[in-house]
Write a protein that binds this ligand. Sequence first.
Ligand SMILES: Cc1cc2nc3c(=O)[nH]c(=O)nc-3n(C[C@H](O)[C@H](O)[C@H](O)COP(=O)(O)O)c2cc1C
Length: 331
Amino acid sequence: MDPMMLTHSQRKDGVREDPGRKRKRLRTLLALRNPVILASGPLGRTATGLIRFGRFAGAVVGKSTTFLPRTGNPHPRLISLGDYGLMNWENLPNLGYERFAEELRLAKEQCSCPVIASLGPSADLDQLKTIATTLEKAGADALELDFKWGFDPQTGNTGNDISSSGVFDQGVISATILGLKDVVSVPIIAKLVAFAGDIVEHAQAAEAAGAGAITAINTIFPAMKIDIHRQTPALSSVFGGLSGKSILPLAVAAVYRIYEAVNIPIIGCGGVTSGEDALELNMAGADGVEMCTTAMVEGPSAFRRVNDEIDNLLQELGFASAEECCGLAHR
Ligand SMILES: Cc1cc2nc3c(=O)[nH]c(=O)nc-3n(C[C@H](O)[C@H](O)[C@H](O)COP(=O)(O)O)c2cc1C
């Protein structure tokens, strides 16, 4: 017998046919208007952006917030790679949590979909607790934690011992989630990166610590572009994170692997440009998807287009909802 076949069927037995395994659904955490969510990024820095995209998206996620305001890296810090997507190392330019809380309050008044706040990576749990409680009070329907740790833009390193951000492993994920669960009651979503340790172990640690859901994945690091006319790296930071179309297969693989290891819902993120891309992530195990690059390139109408494409494909394939497709590729 083909050893690959054996591995696959053994995994199938262990996962799908276990009657005691009850998968939680994203709808029990968030009343999504549709399955396509605005991912954290520049479009969600202010109320204006959140409201603009909140007219079409299933939910919106704010730009990751830090304790103090940040101006981010010098330009160029975001470049287009055409059909491949985008590359950026903006380095978290944001208003700081106090100003962002005001934006969130305004957005909540006008958005008819859930508004999720994102917390930027930090080793200071007390600061994270302050940010989390403030954003919960301002009306956040959930908190997404950006665990974009372990990236060193100076060296391109994705190892675990990074002086700028401390040691990153599943212990950091557990301690952060456990600490925040002590002070907030809204769902906590752990947003994970694909190649800074084992994303499956990170997802398991997040679930064990009480995360309500996982978002997978963030940008792929390190990526690089050379400006051949100036013979220099194109980004001021040299290395950056890759997003958009080219990372979809990495996101699909990450979601597929995580689905087999946890029971909490997964939000698939990375490279969604069409309804077909979204359904791939659903079938890999996602209960909803997030989109950043396509929203930046195309604007709010991207959400209407992708949702229409999802509906047409569901009809063609004979499914009633995207949720019904969640995990089907594991049969
Ligand atoms: C310019 C830019 C800024 C981003 N900023 C954040 C951020 O602040 N927090 C975060 O969790 N993800 C951030 N992301 C990552 C996106 O939310 C998303 O995970 C990633 O881009 C992959 O999805 P996509 O291919 O749909 O863009 C950013 C992405 C881009 C392109």
